[in-house]
Design a protein around this ligand. Structure first.
Ligand code: PSU
Ligand code: MN
Length: 313
């Protein structure tokens, strides 16, 4: 386990502290997906099932959130429930972290927020559903997720099912390339599009084997090339949505967002909720299936990384 400067702002759960003390692999999980990405009670049920899956594979899950003025690394069942039930949860990205800590409020961390906290806690692998990205129409709106800047600077491997087609996936990949963030496709040549397997864009690299993924990541960080790595794992075939349907509904949701003047951090949660409603909940089943699939890939990677020692020292 990498040693990093620790912080009294950080509180680890007992199981996470024990795993790190023993040098066992830990997998970080985000909480925006719980508070703002899925409805109750599926959100809490999924969070628990994802944690159990990671534990069964021999790694320790650490769901990350902000509670009572502390960054919490690892939540118990009651805390997951609190996060999943409340409608007063801040969405915490880099910008928001000091505000929610100072106020003592309840905060769900985004991909960017979770990466920051995972890095502070010395956790190398983080599993999520989809990363944020460059929004369609960004040339005018400037709406580019802070997740991309975080990937450029913070050294955490992010396992995801690609990015949603609510985003401009081509521009998202261009942005990542500019900032030197490698995108690794797992199991196929193309970058995944969350609800569907193929975004139509090839990823930079394809690496299917977890040990090889681990060597890639270790060599990057050993060389002092700080920053994240994106691992794109496509949604399992049986759980994918029909491409045409999701494309049409995405257009509709985007038009509604524009018409209602939705801006800023509200855009992504708005689009997710509309897609879920427009698909009659079927998009939620896809979402749950892909997160579980990502959790398995993340656990394999964390185990492989734990066995891939740094050659830097
Ligand atoms: N994409 C998803 N599901 C999500 C999110 C994105 O498919 O739940 C969440 C993640 O927490 C991500 C955040 O970090 O939305 C991005 O928000 P924004 O676009 O406001 O940066
Ligand atoms: Mn945005």
């Amino acid at each position: 386990m990498t040693t990093r400067p620790d912080s009294s702002w950080l509180v680890r759960s007992a199981p996470v502290a024990a795993a790190q003390a023993d040098g066992r692999p830990v997998v970080a999980l985000e909480s925006t997906i719980i508070a703002h990405g899925m409805p109750w009670p599926q959100n809490v049920r999924t969070a628990r099932e994802v944690e159990a899956l990671i534990r069964d594979m021999g790694a320790e899950p650490a769901t990350i959130a902000v509670m009572d003025g502390r960054i919490r690394i690892g939540l118990d069942d009651a805390e997951l429930e609190r996060l999943g039930r409340s409608d007063q949860v801040h969405k915490v990205s880099r910008r928001d972290l000091p505000f929610v800590l100072a106020q003592g409020g309840l905060g769900a961390t985004t991909v960017a927020g979770t990466m920051i906290c995972a890095a502070l806690a010395g956790i190398e692998v983080f599993v999520t559903g989809g990363i944020g990205g460059v929004h369609r129409g960004a040339l005018e709106t400037f709406d580019i997720s802070a997740d991309l800047q975080e990937l450029a600077r913070t050294s955490v491997a992010v396992v995801c099912a690609g990015a949603k087609s609510i985003l401009d996936i081509g521009l998202t990949l261009e942005y990542l390339e500019t900032h030197g963030v490698p995108v690794i496709a797992c199991g196929q040549d193309h970058f995944a599009a969350f609800y569907t397997r193929n975004s139509g864009h090839r990823a930079d690299f394809r690496i299917d084997d977890a040990a090889e993924q681990a060597r890639f990541i270790r060599s990057k960080w050993d060389l002092g090339l700080a920053g994240g790595v994106v691992l794109s794992v496509p949604v399992p075939e049986a759980a994918a949505m029909p491409q045409q349907e999701i494309d049409a509904l995405t257009q509709q949701a985007l038009a509604e967002a524009r018409a209602q003047g939705v801006i800023g951090k509200a855009v992504t949660p708005f689009l997710l909720a509309r897609l879920e409603a427009l698909t009659g909940g079927r998009s939620l089943a896809t979402n749950i299936a892909l997160v579980k699939n990502n959790a398995a890939a993340g656990a394999r990677l964390a185990l492989a990384l734990a066995g891939t020692l740094s050659r830097a020292s």
